[in-house]
Each structure stands twice: as C-alpha cells, then as structure tokens.
Design a protein around this ligand. Structure first.
Ligand SMILES: [Zn+2]
Length: 221
C-alpha cells in the first residue's frame, strides 16, 4: 500500500552514497528505505508534522555488539503527519537530535545528524513511513506496518517550485514556438504576427520548450 501523503527526501541528494536493499526490510518493514551516507549528515523531516517520540543518548556499539539485536534502531525520531501516517528516522548520531517531543516541524527542516547507532552494518539513515495496522488501537511495536513511500515531489518544497517553473517554461516554449513556426496551424491572428517574424523566434521558443519539458519530467519522476 502506498502512502497517501507525498514525502520529500530525508537527505540532500549530494550526500547519498548508495541505496542498498536491506535483508531486514521485510514483513512490517517491507517498505523501509536505507540511505548510505557519512556520519553527521543533516537529516530533514520528510513532511510537516509533530514529533511524538525521540530516543537519544545511545552510543555506537562496538563492531562485535552492533549486529546482535536486529530490533535496535539506535537513536531515533518518530514524527506524526496528516492522514494518520508517521515517519521514522533511525541510527542517528548521539546528541545530534535538535527536536523534542511535541515540536511542530516543517518539511525539509533539519532534525538530526545521521550516525551508526543500533543495528547498523555501515553508517546510514533508515527511514520508513508507517501507519497503525489496526486503526482502532494506538501505534505500537506490534501494531504498525510500513507503506511504500510516495516520493512524488522528491526534492521537497524547492522541487515543487522548480517543477512549476520548468513546466511553465515548457508550456510557453512549445505553444509559442509552434505558433511562430506554423502560422497555418494557429490561425489568422497569431499567424499574421508570426509571418512578419522570422522562423528563428519560433525555433528558439520551441527549443526552450523542449529543454523546459525535459527538466520538468526529470524533476517529477
Ligand atoms: Zn533499514
């Protein structure tokens, strides 16, 4: 099942070193995501919400100890969002969490630094979007399931604005370009203006349109 909210990325693209499949992402955690990154990478809230749980103060375990408890998320944050969904951020660096229970957060707001605490093979950020499996009972370790994360606007707020800008350029470019290039298609009014102008205006507008559409679709998908 896919999340109904759309979520931004928890890390900036330039810090992401890999997206490995984890053998632990099964059952309830089927749709969790891992992002390889250096320790100390700024972690951002994936959507507006309210912090409902913070665990901090856990040291990194020794290499011998770290793979003994599969259920240990290390230092972690749970944020509640609209539509009954939650985001969970795990393995955070000790002492790096800058939000507390009850805080309201905005999408893209920095909340902590990534780390290597809990059950973690190498430094990474583990995130999941979850909901209560039984909606009549409170969220708990035995009452949750992960949802496939809807990254529709996958660069957060700035991404949405960029998509809008590129989309507009694409539309103006293609419509404008075609009007200048093919006066016969667009009829007398635009065609009259266009015939007095050389084809290069249409050509340039059309190229802008193609470039705009390329970036629009690249951002969106
Ligand atoms: Zn994970």
């Amino acid at each position: 099942m896919k999340s109904t909210n759309s979520y931004g990325k928890p890390l900036e693209e330039k810090y992401i070193l890999g997206r490995p499949e984890s053998p632990l992402h099964k059952g309830r955690l089927k749709y969790a995501e891992d992002y390889l990154c250096k320790r100390g990478t700024p972690t951002k809230a994936m959507a507006d919400g309210i912090v409902i749980k913070v665990v901090d103060g856990k040291y990194e375990k020794s290499d011998e100890e770290r793979l003994k408890d599969e259920d240990d998320p290390g230092n972690n944050i749970l944020i509640q969002h609209a539509n009954g969904e939650y985001t969970h951020y795990a393995h955070l660096q000790k002492g790096s969490i800058i939000v507390k229970k009850g805080d309201r957060v905005k999408e893209d707001q920095e909340i902590a630094l990534t780390g290597h605490t809990g059950y973690s093979i190498e430094p990474h950020l583990h995130v999941s979007v979850i909901e209560c499996q039984d909606k009549n009972k409170p969220l708990s370790l035995s009452n949750f399931r992960s949802l496939k994360i809807n990254h529709e606007n996958n660069s957060g707020k700035s991404g949405k604005l960029e998509s809008l800008v590129f989309g507009t350029i694409a539309l103006i470019g293609i419509v404008g370009g075609l009007s200048f290039l093919s006066p016969n298609i667009t009829g007398n009014v635009l065609g009259g203006i266009a015939q007095n102008t050389s084809n290069w205006v249409g050509g340039i507008l059309f190229i802008f349109g193609l470039v705009g559409s390329f970036y629009y679709f690249k951002k969106k998908y």
